[in-house]
Design a protein around this ligand. Structure first.
Ligand SMILES: Nc1nc2c(c(CN[C@H]3C=C[C@H](O)[C@@H]3O)cn2[C@@H]2O[C@H](COP(=O)(O)O)[C@@H](O)[C@H]2O)c(=O)[nH]1
Length: 372
């Protein structure tokens, strides 16, 4: 066959595709990692130190091994719901809990001293930060408030701002940040679940056909409050961070231990979750470094605008930094089942242990938004 004659088999495939008879199995992609690398390549205020990343990879791997870190670690936390693994009503309730939790999983940081910051009293303990959210939801359910029911979220007579205030009532004088925004997230989610998913997030999972990336894309497509993407540096396409959409998929995967409602064949496509804690520990390990003005803003606990160049560079470079650490671990330990989700969970839990032990060496950055 001369060079200018096309391969007849390829022509036949192309003809079938054009006639819609052939669906080339396009693997869903979220685009998060592509955007993170683009920002890293164009960042001037945030940098990644490769030597520190190599050292961090070795330290993280050995500590994860020692702690036998796995998806089951998620359920070890006393406040997290436990999967029944039978696909019945209990598991549906767990899905509704995790969906509600990750709708509201943002912005708990406070400038007040520990004794005065927003805190939830539950099961005889004071919970702050992310755990205050989980405690508040568990307490509401114990008190008969159907806070995880999407019908309730849409009922403006029954579910008022005052009811949400009660759900998040603090044992200090400080209220939970962004209370109105949290109500708006629940109202929107209730409407979308009613319009598209027969009022329950279990139908969202079904629509994803076992793909983590597809579920993330459905969340970003259908819910404004999950569409965590931002303009950067004049680039035509926004940078997709999708932190709460991704952590929702990861929490389902971890809670159900990769089975049943937590089974995603492409879970390794999920990146770390760009919050305000993981950048903090990566900065303290020397992996992530900032230009002097940004570093001063963080050290002096000045607020950094949501969606601004500094903040997008910080979040995207954190995603890329964890990806480099993941690649380093996989290169040194090809048989390890470590993915970005487990590295992220491990880093978050580690910085929280450091916080409790008073061992934080650098502050986390302060941005107030519904994205993280
Ligand atoms: N990247 C990342 N960010 C995470 C988490 C979690 C909790 N995940 C649990 C599930 C499995 C893990 O083992 C954890 O036990 C919360 N956050 C975010 O941090 C911030 C809260 O910080 P603070 O106010 O100090 O509690 C806020 O943006 C919140 O969305 C995580 O895992 N990864």
């Amino acid at each position: 066959m001369s060079d200018d004659e096309a391969d007849p088999e390829l022509l036949a495939l192309l003809r079938q595709h054009l006639q819609g008879k052939l669906t080339i199995n396009e693997e869903p992609e979220t685009g998060v990692l592509e955007g993170a690398e683009y920002v890293y390549d164009n960042a001037i205020d945030v940098a990644i130190d490769m030597r520190s990343c190599k050292n961090a990879a070795a330290a993280i791997y050995s500590r994860m091994q020692r702690k036998q870190y796995s998806p089951t670690t998620w359920s070890d936390h006393e406040l997290h719901p436990k999967a029944a693994h039978d696909g019945g009503d209990a598991d549906r309730a767990t899905i509704a809990f995790i969906f509600t939790m990750d709708l509201l999983n943002f912005s708990f940081w406070s400038e007040k001293p520990d004794a005065e910051r927003f805190a939830i009293e539950y099961r005889g303990k004071r919970w702050t930060g992310y755990w205050s959210l989980v405690a508040a939801l568990q307490r509401a359910l114990d008190e008969g408030i159907p806070i995880t029911d999407s019908h309730f979220w849409q009922n403006e007579q029954e579910f008022t701002l005052d009811v949400l205030k009660r759900v998040f009532r603090s044992c200090t004088d400080e209220e939970i940040p962004l209370l109105h925004e949290r109500l708006a997230c629940l109202r929107e989610a209730g409407r979308v679940l009613y319009e598209k998913y027969q009022c329950h997030p279990v139908n969202l999972i079904a629509a994803a056909n076992g793909s983590a990336a597809h579920l993330v894309n459905l969340l970003a497509r259908d819910f404004d409050c999950f569409r965590d993407e931002h303009a950067f540096d004049g680039r035509r396409k926004p940078i997709r961070i999708l932190k709460r959409a991704q952590i929702l998929v990861a929490d389902l995967w971890a809670c159900f231990e990769g089975e049943g409602y937590g089974e995603f064949w492409d879970i390794d496509k999920i990146t770390m979750f760009a919050d305000y804690r993981v950048p903090q520990i990566l900065n303290s390990m020397g992996c992530l470094t900032y230009c002097p003005p940004l570093n001063s803003a963080i050290q002096e606990k000045r607020e950094i605008p949501s969606g601004g160049s500094w903040e997008v560079q910080l979040r995207a470079c954190t995603i890329w930094c964890v990806e480099l650490i993941r690649r380093e671990i996989v290169k040194e330990h090809p048989d390890s089942h470590i993915n970005a989700v487990l590295i992220d969970f491990f880093l978050y839990d580690t910085i929280k242990e450091m916080e409790v032990a008073g061992q934080e060496t650098v502050p986390h950055h302060r941005t107030r938004s519904i994205w993280y």
